[in-house]
Design a protein around this ligand. Structure first.
Ligand code: UDP
Ligand code: MG
Length: 310
């Protein structure tokens, strides 16, 4: 059995792939472990897929390439990689060299100490101020809502044991967040600090919109607390309004009818309508996910797998 599988999702990364190969292969050769690298082309529209095929021919011994039929998203691409991985330990890495491949050895060292999940924290993170701020915010929120403890959820350079990957493969989730899903299956997780660099080439594949979607996946995929908070709030409001109605009824009998304070009433009503809309949206987030799960569509479609049959 192979020691290590390195899983790398690739989406429109033609500008940076060469630099990745030049650092990744030597870094792994130096480890003294048997390894395979599984590249997943997530429906790139640039030359990524032909660059990957060339690389497969150059290093057939340790390279496998999965070409997906469309763009299914980073996490589904990684899932495809997991299902085709054969290693005893599995490492995920981004293709953009933001996490140096030389750090893989450190992660594996921790795995050898007996941990089954090695997360990572980006040392002096090289992202825009706004990105760092937003991700600190989301980390804090997630920490409170879910039971998942991750200092830095955005860092994909992580190592998992075979057992965790088998559990993930059997979970068949669609909208998920792999480091968090893996964490829920881990029995002995740990974290280490890793270097972080600026993107070597190309640009980030995540827009603000997809980052927001991703965080909804995290919150709703791993906790029903948003719903519970909402229903608690609903109970509180309805108790208060019951009291208010009783008060109004008594006042009507004693003081008589009145039409003052209409704008205050509007203020309260608009506030409540806002909350109701938020609640409906939140329900929609869950229902949308349920809908996607029950359709049972394939999570990704594979065009070809380039590998040496062994
Ligand atoms: N990626 C992917 N499919 C997508 C978006 C991204 O496979 O739909 C890959 C991308 O090629 C890269 C990794 O996921 O290897 C992380 O993407 P990126 O570096 O753009 O994210 P960021 O570092 O900006 O969060
Ligand atoms: Mg990146």
């Amino acid at each position: 059995m192979i020691d290590v599988s390195v899983i790398i999702p690739v989406y429109n990364e033609e500008a940076g792939l060469k630099a990745l190969f030049d650092r990744l292969y030597p870094a792994l050769d130096n480890l003294g472990k048997s390894y395979e690298i599984v590249f997943i082309n997530d429906g790139s529209r640039d030359r990524s897929s032909s660059i990957l095929s060339e690389q497969f021919n150059a290093r057939r011994d340790v390279t496998r390439v999965i070409l997906l039929k469309g763009n299914f998203g980073q996490h589904m691409a990684i899932m495809a990689g997991f299902e085709h991985s054969r290693g005893k330990m599995i490492v995920t890495l981004d293709a953009d060299l933001q996490n140096p491949p030389e750090e893989i050895g450190k992660l594996l060292g921790k795995m050898d100490e007996g941990y089954d999940y090695v997360g990572s924290i980006r040392k002096n993170r090289q992202d825009s101020l706004w990105r760092s701020f937003a991700s600190r915010l989301m980390n804090g929120l997630r920490e409170r809502i879910t039971r998942i403890k991750m200092t830095d959820q955005g860092c994909m350079l992580r190592a998992y044991s075979r057992g965790i990957i088998d559990a993930i493969n059997s979970a068949r989730e669609i909208n998920t967040f792999i480091p968090a899903l893996a964490y829920t299956f881990a029995s002995n997780p740990t974290e280490i600090e890793v270097e972080h660099e600026e993107r070597a080439a190309g640009e980030s594949k995540y827009s603000l919109y997809s980052l927001i979607r991703l965080n909804f996946d995290l919150m709703t995929g791993f906790s029903v607390m948003p719903l519970q908070v909402f229903s608690l709030f609903g109970i509180l409001i309805s108790l208060l309004s019951t009291l208010f109605v009783v008060y109004l009824a008594i006042r009507r009998l004693i003081v008589g009818p009145e039409a003052q304070g209409v704008f205050t009433l509007f203020g309260i009503v608009f506030f409540l309508i806002g909350i109701i809309m938020f609640g409906i949206g939140l329900l929609g987030e869950y229902i949308g996910r349920i809908y996607q799960e029950v359709r049972h569509r394939p999570r990704y479609l594979i065009e070809t797998v380039l590998e040496d049959s062994k």
